[in-house]
Design a protein around this ligand. Sequence first.
Ligand SMILES: C[S@@+](CC[C@H](N)C(=O)[O-])C[C@H]1O[C@@H](n2cnc3c(N)ncnc32)[C@H](O)[C@@H]1O
Length: 442
Amino acid sequence: MAGTYKNYLKLLEAWPVDKYKPGRDLGEYIRDRIKLEFSTNKVRSQAEKEECDRNYVSLKKISSNHYAKLYPRKLNSSGTGLSYEQCSCILSPEILENYQRQKQLSEKVYTRPHKPVMVNEVIKYLKPSAGETFVDMTFGAGGHSTRIIEFAPNIKIYALDRDPVAHNYAKIMAEKYPGQVIPLLGRFSELPALLKEQRVLPNSIDGFIFDFGCSSMQFDVAERGFALSKDGPLDMRMDGFRCPDEPTAADVLERCTEQDLARIIKYYGEEKQYKKIARALIEARYMFKSLKTTKELARLVESVLDKDFRTDRLGRFAHSATKVFQALRIFVNNELNEINYAILIAEKYLKINGRLITISFHSLEDTVVKRHLSGNITDNAANTSSMRFQNYGKTFSHSQVVDMTESPWRMFHKHVILPSDEEIDENPRSRSAKFRAIAKVK
Ligand SMILES: C[S@@+](CC[C@H](N)C(=O)[O-])C[C@H]1O[C@@H](n2cnc3c(N)ncnc32)[C@H](O)[C@@H]1O
Protein backbone atom coordinates (compact mmCIF):
# COMPACT_ATOMS: atom_id res chain seq x y z
CA MET A 1 0.00 0.00 0.00
CA ALA A 2 2.97 2.31 0.54
CA GLY A 3 3.46 2.47 -3.24
CA THR A 4 -0.18 3.38 -3.83
CA TYR A 5 0.02 6.09 -1.19
CA LYS A 6 3.12 7.60 -2.86
CA ASN A 7 1.32 7.56 -6.21
CA TYR A 8 -1.61 9.37 -4.67
CA LEU A 9 0.68 11.98 -3.13
CA LYS A 10 2.39 12.64 -6.46
CA LEU A 11 -0.97 13.04 -8.09
CA LEU A 12 -2.20 15.45 -5.47
CA GLU A 13 0.97 17.54 -5.63
CA ALA A 14 0.09 18.28 -9.22
CA TRP A 15 -3.38 19.25 -8.11
CA PRO A 16 -3.14 22.34 -5.92
CA VAL A 17 -5.99 23.50 -3.72
CA ASP A 18 -8.07 26.08 -5.53
CA LYS A 19 -8.69 28.71 -2.86
CA TYR A 20 -11.00 30.62 -5.17
CA LYS A 21 -13.43 27.76 -5.10
CA PRO A 22 -14.08 27.30 -1.40
CA GLY A 23 -16.43 24.41 -0.74
CA ARG A 24 -16.38 23.41 -4.40
CA ASP A 25 -12.86 22.03 -4.47
CA LEU A 26 -13.37 18.32 -4.87
CA GLY A 27 -9.59 17.93 -4.90
CA GLU A 28 -9.40 19.24 -1.35
CA TYR A 29 -12.12 16.88 -0.22
CA ILE A 30 -10.40 13.88 -1.79
CA ARG A 31 -7.04 14.97 -0.32
CA ASP A 32 -8.56 15.02 3.18
CA ARG A 33 -10.14 11.61 2.69
CA ILE A 34 -6.89 10.10 1.47
CA LYS A 35 -4.99 11.55 4.44
CA LEU A 36 -7.56 10.06 6.77
CA GLU A 37 -7.56 6.72 4.98
CA PHE A 38 -3.79 6.36 5.14
CA SER A 39 -3.35 7.81 8.63
CA THR A 40 -4.19 4.44 10.18
CA ASN A 41 -2.18 1.27 9.81
CA LYS A 42 -5.19 -0.89 9.19
CA VAL A 43 -4.70 -4.10 7.26
CA ARG A 44 -6.52 -3.85 3.95
CA SER A 45 -8.21 -6.68 2.10
CA GLN A 46 -7.36 -7.44 -1.52
CA ALA A 47 -10.71 -5.93 -2.57
CA GLU A 48 -9.92 -2.71 -0.70
CA LYS A 49 -6.50 -2.51 -2.34
CA GLU A 50 -8.05 -2.97 -5.77
CA GLU A 51 -10.65 -0.33 -4.95
CA CYS A 52 -7.85 2.04 -3.98
CA ASP A 53 -6.08 1.44 -7.30
CA ARG A 54 -9.29 1.98 -9.27
CA ASN A 55 -9.86 5.28 -7.51
CA TYR A 56 -6.29 6.27 -8.28
CA VAL A 57 -6.85 5.71 -11.99
CA SER A 58 -10.06 7.77 -11.90
CA LEU A 59 -8.36 10.63 -10.10
CA LYS A 60 -5.40 10.59 -12.46
CA LYS A 61 -7.72 10.94 -15.43
CA ILE A 62 -9.50 13.87 -13.86
CA SER A 63 -6.35 15.68 -12.82
CA SER A 64 -4.74 15.31 -16.23
CA ASN A 65 -7.86 16.76 -17.82
CA HIS A 66 -8.47 13.52 -19.66
CA TYR A 67 -12.12 14.41 -20.11
CA ALA A 68 -11.51 17.91 -21.50
CA LYS A 69 -13.34 17.24 -24.73
CA LEU A 70 -16.19 15.38 -23.19
CA TYR A 71 -16.64 17.83 -20.31
CA PRO A 72 -15.22 21.27 -21.12
CA ARG A 73 -14.45 23.41 -18.05
CA LYS A 74 -17.17 25.89 -17.18
CA LEU A 75 -17.78 28.61 -14.62
CA ASN A 76 -19.64 26.23 -12.31
CA SER A 77 -16.87 23.63 -12.48
CA SER A 78 -15.46 22.37 -9.20
CA GLY A 79 -11.82 22.61 -8.13
CA THR A 80 -11.09 19.57 -10.25
CA GLY A 81 -12.30 21.41 -13.28
CA LEU A 82 -15.47 19.35 -13.45
CA SER A 83 -18.93 20.06 -12.14
CA TYR A 84 -20.36 17.74 -9.52
CA GLU A 85 -22.58 16.04 -12.11
CA GLN A 86 -19.59 15.47 -14.40
CA CYS A 87 -17.62 13.99 -11.53
CA SER A 88 -20.56 11.69 -10.92
CA CYS A 89 -20.04 10.11 -14.28
CA ILE A 90 -16.37 9.47 -13.63
CA LEU A 91 -15.71 8.68 -9.99
CA SER A 92 -16.32 5.32 -8.43
CA PRO A 93 -19.66 4.91 -6.64
CA GLU A 94 -17.92 4.58 -3.26
CA ILE A 95 -16.13 7.94 -3.48
CA LEU A 96 -19.28 9.57 -4.76
CA GLU A 97 -21.47 8.17 -2.05
CA ASN A 98 -19.15 9.62 0.56
CA TYR A 99 -18.87 12.91 -1.25
CA GLN A 100 -22.63 13.16 -1.56
CA ARG A 101 -23.15 12.36 2.13
CA GLN A 102 -20.56 14.91 3.21
CA LYS A 103 -22.05 17.50 0.86
CA GLN A 104 -25.58 16.96 2.15
CA LEU A 105 -24.45 17.12 5.74
CA SER A 106 -22.40 20.25 5.30
CA GLU A 107 -25.27 21.96 3.52
CA LYS A 108 -28.13 20.80 5.68
CA VAL A 109 -26.97 19.87 9.10
CA TYR A 110 -23.75 21.66 9.81
CA THR A 111 -25.51 24.92 9.08
CA ARG A 112 -26.93 24.79 12.62
CA PRO A 113 -25.12 22.41 14.93
CA HIS A 114 -26.55 21.61 18.32
CA LYS A 115 -24.83 23.43 21.18
CA PRO A 116 -24.19 20.99 24.03
CA VAL A 117 -25.54 21.85 27.47
CA MET A 118 -23.53 21.83 30.76
CA VAL A 119 -20.41 20.37 29.12
CA ASN A 120 -18.07 21.46 31.94
CA GLU A 121 -20.22 19.69 34.52
CA VAL A 122 -20.27 16.56 32.32
CA ILE A 123 -16.46 16.46 32.27
CA LYS A 124 -16.17 17.30 35.97
CA TYR A 125 -18.33 14.37 37.09
CA LEU A 126 -17.73 11.86 34.32
CA LYS A 127 -13.96 12.28 34.87
CA PRO A 128 -12.94 10.55 31.63
CA SER A 129 -9.50 9.03 31.92
CA ALA A 130 -7.22 7.23 29.45
CA GLY A 131 -8.51 3.95 28.06
CA GLU A 132 -12.02 4.24 29.51
CA THR A 133 -15.19 3.29 27.65
CA PHE A 134 -18.37 5.36 27.58
CA VAL A 135 -21.83 5.19 26.04
CA ASP A 136 -23.28 8.46 24.79
CA MET A 137 -26.96 7.51 24.74
CA THR A 138 -28.04 10.73 23.04
CA PHE A 139 -25.28 11.49 20.56
CA GLY A 140 -27.07 14.31 18.66
CA ALA A 141 -24.35 16.38 16.98
CA GLY A 142 -21.73 14.85 19.26
CA GLY A 143 -21.01 17.93 21.40
CA HIS A 144 -20.61 15.96 24.62
CA SER A 145 -18.81 13.05 22.97
CA THR A 146 -16.30 15.39 21.35
CA ARG A 147 -15.38 16.94 24.69
CA ILE A 148 -15.12 13.53 26.33
CA ILE A 149 -12.89 12.01 23.64
CA GLU A 150 -10.60 15.01 23.58
CA PHE A 151 -10.21 15.01 27.34
CA ALA A 152 -8.00 11.92 27.62
CA PRO A 153 -6.22 9.55 25.23
CA ASN A 154 -7.61 6.21 23.99
CA ILE A 155 -11.16 6.80 25.06
CA LYS A 156 -13.79 4.66 23.38
CA ILE A 157 -17.34 5.91 22.90
CA TYR A 158 -20.39 3.96 21.76
CA ALA A 159 -22.41 6.73 20.12
CA LEU A 160 -26.13 5.89 20.15
CA ASP A 161 -28.95 7.89 18.60
CA ARG A 162 -32.30 6.90 17.15
CA ASP A 163 -32.19 9.72 14.61
CA PRO A 164 -30.46 8.91 11.28
CA VAL A 165 -29.31 12.56 11.00
CA ALA A 166 -27.49 12.30 14.34
CA HIS A 167 -26.19 8.87 13.31
CA ASN A 168 -24.54 10.47 10.29
CA TYR A 169 -22.76 12.88 12.63
CA ALA A 170 -21.55 9.90 14.62
CA LYS A 171 -20.22 8.29 11.44
CA ILE A 172 -18.28 11.44 10.61
CA MET A 173 -16.82 11.53 14.12
CA ALA A 174 -15.94 7.84 13.77
CA GLU A 175 -13.90 8.69 10.68
CA LYS A 176 -12.03 11.32 12.66
CA TYR A 177 -11.38 8.96 15.59
CA PRO A 178 -11.08 5.53 13.95
CA GLY A 179 -11.62 2.67 16.37
CA GLN A 180 -12.58 5.10 19.14
CA VAL A 181 -16.11 6.11 18.15
CA ILE A 182 -18.58 3.35 17.34
CA PRO A 183 -21.80 4.75 15.86
CA LEU A 184 -24.97 2.87 16.85
CA LEU A 185 -28.34 3.60 15.27
CA GLY A 186 -31.28 2.79 17.50
CA ARG A 187 -33.37 3.61 20.56
CA PHE A 188 -32.31 3.24 24.18
CA SER A 189 -34.37 0.05 24.33
CA GLU A 190 -32.46 -1.37 21.35
CA LEU A 191 -29.08 -0.83 23.03
CA PRO A 192 -28.65 -4.33 24.52
CA ALA A 193 -28.97 -5.91 21.06
CA LEU A 194 -26.61 -3.33 19.53
CA LEU A 195 -24.01 -3.84 22.27
CA LYS A 196 -24.28 -7.60 21.87
CA GLU A 197 -23.33 -7.22 18.20
CA GLN A 198 -20.26 -5.30 19.38
CA ARG A 199 -19.50 -8.02 21.95
CA VAL A 200 -19.81 -5.62 24.85
CA LEU A 201 -20.50 -7.41 28.11
CA PRO A 202 -22.49 -6.27 31.17
CA ASN A 203 -20.49 -4.49 33.92
CA SER A 204 -17.90 -3.27 31.42
CA ILE A 205 -18.73 0.41 30.79
CA ASP A 206 -17.16 3.30 32.75
CA GLY A 207 -19.80 5.92 32.10
CA PHE A 208 -23.16 6.64 30.49
CA ILE A 209 -24.37 10.06 29.47
CA PHE A 210 -27.98 11.04 28.74
CA ASP A 211 -28.86 14.47 27.38
CA PHE A 212 -32.61 13.96 27.00
CA GLY A 213 -35.04 15.67 24.64
CA CYS A 214 -34.65 16.90 21.10
CA SER A 215 -31.61 18.31 19.33
CA SER A 216 -31.49 21.63 17.51
CA MET A 217 -31.26 19.62 14.27
CA GLN A 218 -34.70 18.22 15.08
CA PHE A 219 -36.26 21.46 16.35
CA ASP A 220 -34.85 23.70 13.65
CA VAL A 221 -35.89 21.69 10.61
CA ALA A 222 -39.52 22.53 9.81
CA GLU A 223 -40.13 19.21 8.01
CA ARG A 224 -39.49 17.26 11.21
CA GLY A 225 -42.59 18.89 12.73
CA PHE A 226 -41.24 19.39 16.28
CA ALA A 227 -41.39 23.18 16.48
CA LEU A 228 -44.55 25.20 16.71
CA SER A 229 -42.64 28.25 15.49
CA LYS A 230 -42.00 26.63 12.11
CA ASP A 231 -44.69 25.46 9.75
CA GLY A 232 -44.20 21.84 8.83
CA PRO A 233 -45.99 18.49 8.73
CA LEU A 234 -47.06 17.17 12.16
CA ASP A 235 -44.45 14.43 12.25
CA MET A 236 -42.34 14.57 15.48
CA ARG A 237 -40.74 11.14 15.04
CA MET A 238 -37.17 11.20 16.32
CA ASP A 239 -36.57 8.07 14.25
CA GLY A 240 -37.40 10.09 11.13
CA PHE A 241 -38.16 7.75 8.26
CA ARG A 242 -36.14 4.95 9.84
CA CYS A 243 -39.35 3.35 11.10
CA PRO A 244 -42.01 4.22 8.50
CA ASP A 245 -44.75 2.34 10.37
CA GLU A 246 -44.34 4.42 13.51
CA PRO A 247 -47.34 6.78 13.91
CA THR A 248 -46.69 10.49 13.46
CA ALA A 249 -48.23 13.24 15.61
CA ALA A 250 -50.81 13.77 12.83
CA ASP A 251 -51.77 10.06 13.03
CA VAL A 252 -52.24 10.36 16.80
CA LEU A 253 -54.47 13.41 16.41
CA GLU A 254 -56.47 11.69 13.71
CA ARG A 255 -56.99 8.32 15.38
CA CYS A 256 -57.00 8.66 19.19
CA THR A 257 -60.26 8.89 21.12
CA GLU A 258 -61.11 12.08 22.94
CA GLN A 259 -60.39 10.39 26.26
CA ASP A 260 -56.94 9.23 25.17
CA LEU A 261 -56.06 12.63 23.74
CA ALA A 262 -57.10 14.23 27.03
CA ARG A 263 -54.87 11.79 28.95
CA ILE A 264 -51.88 12.38 26.70
CA ILE A 265 -52.20 16.15 27.07
CA LYS A 266 -52.81 15.93 30.83
CA TYR A 267 -49.98 13.57 31.74
CA TYR A 268 -47.32 14.25 29.11
CA GLY A 269 -48.04 17.98 28.72
CA GLU A 270 -49.06 18.71 32.35
CA GLU A 271 -51.66 20.98 30.74
CA LYS A 272 -54.54 21.95 33.02
CA GLN A 273 -56.95 22.69 30.17
CA TYR A 274 -56.56 19.21 28.71
CA LYS A 275 -60.30 18.49 28.44
CA LYS A 276 -61.04 21.66 26.50
CA ILE A 277 -58.17 21.00 24.10
CA ALA A 278 -59.08 17.34 23.55
CA ARG A 279 -62.68 18.35 22.74
CA ALA A 280 -61.46 20.96 20.26
CA LEU A 281 -59.19 18.41 18.59
CA ILE A 282 -62.11 16.03 18.08
CA GLU A 283 -64.32 18.84 16.76
CA ALA A 284 -61.54 19.83 14.35
CA ARG A 285 -61.81 16.38 12.76
CA TYR A 286 -65.33 17.25 11.62
CA MET A 287 -64.36 20.74 10.51
CA PHE A 288 -61.12 20.31 8.54
CA LYS A 289 -61.08 16.51 8.37
CA SER A 290 -57.63 16.32 9.94
CA LEU A 291 -54.87 18.51 11.32
CA LYS A 292 -51.84 18.17 9.12
CA THR A 293 -49.41 20.96 10.01
CA THR A 294 -47.77 22.43 13.11
CA LYS A 295 -49.30 25.84 12.42
CA GLU A 296 -52.82 24.37 12.14
CA LEU A 297 -52.41 22.68 15.53
CA ALA A 298 -50.83 25.76 17.15
CA ARG A 299 -53.66 28.00 15.87
CA LEU A 300 -56.33 25.60 17.07
CA VAL A 301 -54.92 25.37 20.61
CA GLU A 302 -54.42 29.13 20.68
CA SER A 303 -58.05 29.66 19.74
CA VAL A 304 -59.19 27.40 22.60
CA LEU A 305 -56.96 29.11 25.17
CA ASP A 306 -57.18 32.60 23.70
CA LYS A 307 -57.19 34.51 26.98
CA ASP A 308 -54.33 32.51 28.38
CA PHE A 309 -51.10 34.53 28.37
CA ARG A 310 -48.11 32.36 29.26
CA THR A 311 -44.45 32.99 29.89
CA ASP A 312 -41.48 30.66 30.27
CA ARG A 313 -38.96 30.59 33.14
CA LEU A 314 -37.02 33.49 31.65
CA GLY A 315 -40.23 35.54 31.55
CA ARG A 316 -40.38 35.31 27.76
CA PHE A 317 -43.66 34.83 25.90
CA ALA A 318 -44.52 31.13 25.63
CA HIS A 319 -47.03 29.95 23.06
CA SER A 320 -50.15 28.43 24.61
CA ALA A 321 -49.66 25.27 22.54
CA THR A 322 -46.15 24.57 23.91
CA LYS A 323 -47.38 21.95 26.37
CA VAL A 324 -49.55 20.21 23.79
CA PHE A 325 -46.53 19.94 21.48
CA GLN A 326 -44.46 18.51 24.34
CA ALA A 327 -47.18 15.96 25.13
CA LEU A 328 -47.47 14.74 21.54
CA ARG A 329 -43.70 14.50 21.14
CA ILE A 330 -43.35 12.43 24.32
CA PHE A 331 -46.19 10.14 23.26
CA VAL A 332 -45.06 9.66 19.65
CA ASN A 333 -41.52 8.77 20.75
CA ASN A 334 -42.54 6.82 23.88
CA GLU A 335 -39.95 8.96 25.62
CA LEU A 336 -40.64 8.26 29.30
CA ASN A 337 -40.77 4.48 28.90
CA GLU A 338 -37.56 4.69 26.91
CA ILE A 339 -35.88 6.64 29.74
CA ASN A 340 -37.13 4.23 32.37
CA TYR A 341 -35.78 1.25 30.46
CA ALA A 342 -32.53 3.06 29.64
CA ILE A 343 -31.65 3.57 33.31
CA LEU A 344 -32.10 -0.17 33.89
CA ILE A 345 -29.83 -0.87 30.91
CA ALA A 346 -27.22 1.57 32.22
CA GLU A 347 -27.27 -0.20 35.57
CA LYS A 348 -26.65 -3.53 33.86
CA TYR A 349 -23.74 -2.37 31.71
CA LEU A 350 -21.95 -0.03 34.14
CA LYS A 351 -19.02 -1.26 36.19
CA ILE A 352 -19.23 -0.78 39.94
CA ASN A 353 -18.32 2.88 40.54
CA GLY A 354 -19.22 3.62 36.92
CA ARG A 355 -20.75 7.06 36.38
CA LEU A 356 -24.18 7.99 35.03
CA ILE A 357 -24.91 11.55 33.92
CA THR A 358 -28.45 12.71 33.17
CA ILE A 359 -29.47 16.09 31.80
CA SER A 360 -33.24 16.49 31.74
CA PHE A 361 -35.34 19.34 30.43
CA HIS A 362 -38.69 18.90 32.12
CA SER A 363 -39.96 17.46 35.35
CA LEU A 364 -41.37 14.29 33.75
CA GLU A 365 -37.94 13.20 32.55
CA ASP A 366 -36.32 14.13 35.84
CA THR A 367 -38.99 12.30 37.85
CA VAL A 368 -38.21 8.98 36.15
CA VAL A 369 -34.50 9.43 36.99
CA LYS A 370 -35.30 10.38 40.61
CA ARG A 371 -37.49 7.30 41.13
CA HIS A 372 -34.63 5.07 40.10
CA LEU A 373 -32.25 6.98 42.35
CA SER A 374 -34.47 6.51 45.35
CA GLY A 375 -35.16 2.86 44.54
CA ASN A 376 -38.86 3.54 44.04
CA ILE A 377 -39.22 0.87 41.35
CA THR A 378 -41.76 -1.90 40.98
CA ASP A 379 -41.72 -4.44 38.17
CA ASN A 380 -38.86 -2.56 36.51
CA ALA A 381 -40.88 0.66 36.21
CA ALA A 382 -40.45 3.89 38.15
CA ASN A 383 -43.50 4.41 40.39
CA THR A 384 -45.41 7.57 39.82
CA SER A 385 -46.41 8.08 43.44
CA SER A 386 -44.43 8.00 46.64
CA MET A 387 -44.32 4.62 48.35
CA ARG A 388 -45.98 5.85 51.48
CA PHE A 389 -49.14 6.72 49.49
CA GLN A 390 -49.36 3.39 47.72
CA ASN A 391 -50.82 0.98 50.22
CA TYR A 392 -53.19 2.68 52.57
CA GLY A 393 -53.48 0.84 55.88
CA LYS A 394 -50.53 -1.46 55.22
CA THR A 395 -47.47 -1.33 57.42
CA PHE A 396 -44.09 -2.50 56.19
CA SER A 397 -41.40 -4.26 58.18
CA HIS A 398 -37.93 -2.72 58.22
CA SER A 399 -36.52 -5.34 55.86
CA GLN A 400 -39.42 -4.86 53.42
CA VAL A 401 -38.75 -1.12 53.33
CA VAL A 402 -35.04 -1.73 52.76
CA ASP A 403 -35.88 -4.22 50.00
CA MET A 404 -38.20 -1.83 48.26
CA THR A 405 -36.04 1.25 48.54
CA GLU A 406 -32.69 -0.36 47.97
CA SER A 407 -31.02 1.57 45.21
CA PRO A 408 -27.86 0.69 43.32
CA TRP A 409 -27.26 4.41 42.78
CA ARG A 410 -25.67 7.21 44.81
CA MET A 411 -25.74 10.83 43.71
CA PHE A 412 -22.37 12.65 43.72
CA HIS A 413 -23.98 15.88 44.89
CA LYS A 414 -26.78 16.70 47.28
CA HIS A 415 -29.07 18.81 45.11
CA VAL A 416 -29.79 18.81 41.43
CA ILE A 417 -27.30 21.04 39.53
CA LEU A 418 -28.59 23.87 37.33
CA PRO A 419 -26.78 25.73 34.52
CA SER A 420 -24.98 28.98 35.38
CA ASP A 421 -26.51 32.34 34.43
CA GLU A 422 -23.71 32.83 31.88
CA GLU A 423 -24.55 29.53 30.18
CA ILE A 424 -28.26 30.43 30.07
CA ASP A 425 -27.39 33.80 28.48
CA GLU A 426 -25.17 32.13 25.93
CA ASN A 427 -27.39 29.13 25.24
CA PRO A 428 -31.05 29.78 26.19
CA ARG A 429 -31.87 26.12 25.46
CA SER A 430 -30.04 25.26 28.68
CA ARG A 431 -32.45 27.31 30.82
CA SER A 432 -34.53 24.36 31.96
CA ALA A 433 -31.70 21.83 32.23
CA LYS A 434 -31.36 19.73 35.39
CA PHE A 435 -28.10 17.89 35.80
CA ARG A 436 -27.52 14.78 37.92
CA ALA A 437 -24.28 12.83 38.30
CA ILE A 438 -24.73 9.41 39.82
CA ALA A 439 -22.46 6.47 40.66
CA LYS A 440 -23.41 2.80 40.48
CA VAL A 441 -22.52 1.56 43.93
CA LYS A 442 -23.93 -1.99 43.97
C1 LIG B 1 -30.55 16.94 23.24
S1 LIG B 1 -30.03 15.93 21.95
C2 LIG B 1 -28.41 15.47 22.39
C3 LIG B 1 -27.38 16.44 21.98
C4 LIG B 1 -25.97 15.95 22.20
N1 LIG B 1 -25.69 15.71 23.58
C5 LIG B 1 -24.96 16.93 21.64
O1 LIG B 1 -24.13 17.43 22.42
O2 LIG B 1 -25.02 17.21 20.45
C6 LIG B 1 -30.91 14.47 22.27
C7 LIG B 1 -30.67 13.37 21.24
O3 LIG B 1 -31.12 12.17 21.82
C8 LIG B 1 -31.76 11.39 20.86
N2 LIG B 1 -32.71 10.53 21.57
C9 LIG B 1 -33.75 10.90 22.32
N3 LIG B 1 -34.41 9.82 22.79
C10 LIG B 1 -33.73 8.74 22.35
C11 LIG B 1 -33.91 7.32 22.49
N4 LIG B 1 -34.92 6.81 23.18
N5 LIG B 1 -33.03 6.51 21.91
C12 LIG B 1 -31.97 7.01 21.21
N6 LIG B 1 -31.75 8.33 21.01
C13 LIG B 1 -32.64 9.18 21.58
C14 LIG B 1 -32.44 12.39 19.96
O4 LIG B 1 -32.64 11.84 18.68
C15 LIG B 1 -31.43 13.53 19.95
O5 LIG B 1 -30.58 13.45 18.86
